[in-house]
Design a protein around this ligand. Structure first.
Ligand SMILES: Nc1ncnc2c1ncn2[C@@H]1O[C@H](COP(=O)(O)OP(=O)(O)OP(=O)(O)O)[C@@H](O)[C@H]1O
Length: 248
């Protein structure tokens, strides 16, 4: 489905991805965990071609996207939904307009068809009666729900979530996780979730991959990761200050 092979990426002299290899299982939820600033967002951006590797290959459903022209890449991107860290809503557009945007851009649906799809998507994420509101009138959790509704709208085969619950209280955080899990069971897309919510993220993930020093140092089921003997993984998931990970 998505496969990164020996991906190398530096910004100036800073090596962020260091011959990273990762295979994302199709139709499953894979969480990417790792310390702040290790390159988790950079990794997600390589999966959808928003960043190009300096070396290595990125395959999406068997096609190498690193050699694609822009129009080919756009075609591949249509298979993706993405929920960015800040939900990336357009502040000057209402909730309705934000959610309708991909349909207006990418389909030839009629106005009533768009209306119906937007309302259906908002209902899926438990939002009703907010379509005329603007993003700054919504809570953080509601914004994430709107972002999720928009990400789901085109029925994508792959959805990338960049820290979908950061900054939300524990109850809303759990509600968003549950929503991701429920929509995943219903639609069966391939999901990659970058998250700091440990151990909560283990409850909704099929697999967990730990990024450290530019590589995936371990990948397994949540149970396997929680039983890991790897000193970095053990320290990270226990949140201990003692161990190989140094904090500055
Ligand atoms: N476009 C860019 N130009 C220069 N440096 C960048 C760029 N994008 C990311 N970086 C750097 O790459 C490193 C990894 O960033 P990234 O946002 O992927 O980390 P992260 O693991 O997602 O962090 P966090 O968990 O704190 O969100 C950081 O040091 C960041 O400053």
């Amino acid at each position: 489905m998505i496969k990164l092979v020996e991906v190398q990426k530096s910004f100036g002299s800073q090596v962020v991805l260091d011959r990273l290899t990762l295979e994302v299982p199709p139709g499953k939820i894979t969480a990417v965990i790792g310390p702040s600033g290790e390159g988790k967002s950079v990794l997600l951006k390589h999966m959808i071609g928003l960043l190009q590797p300096d070396a290595g290959k990125v395959f999406v459903e068997g096609e190498d996207i690193t050699v694609m022209r822009r129009w080919e890449l756009n075609r591949v991107r249509e298979r993706f939904g993405m929920l960015f860290q800040n939900a990336a809503l357009f502040d000057s557009m209402s909730v309705f307009e934000n959610v309708a945007f991909p349909l207006e851009e990418k389909t030839k649906l009629s106005r009533p068809e768009i209306d119906a799809k937007v309302h259906e998507a908002l209902e899926h994420v438990g939002l009703r009666g907010v379509d005329r509101k603007f993003p700054d009138e919504l809570s953080g959790g509601m914004k994430k729900r709107v972002g999720l509704a928009r990400a789901l709208l085109l029925n994508p085969r792959i959805i990338l979530f960049d820290e979908p619950t950061t900054g939300l209280d524990p109850i809303i955080c759990r509600a968003i996780h549950q929503l991701i899990k429920d929509t995943h069971s219903r639609f069966g897309f391939t999901a990659v979730i970058v998250s700091h919510e440990i151990p909560e993220i283990f409850d909704i993930s099929d697999y967990v991959a730990m990024l450290y020093r530019g590589r995936i140092i371990e990948m397994g089921t949540p149970e396997e990761i929680q039983r890991s003997d790897h000193p970095v993984v053990k320290q990270f998931i226990s949140g201990s200050l003692e161990g190989p990970i140094h904090f500055v």
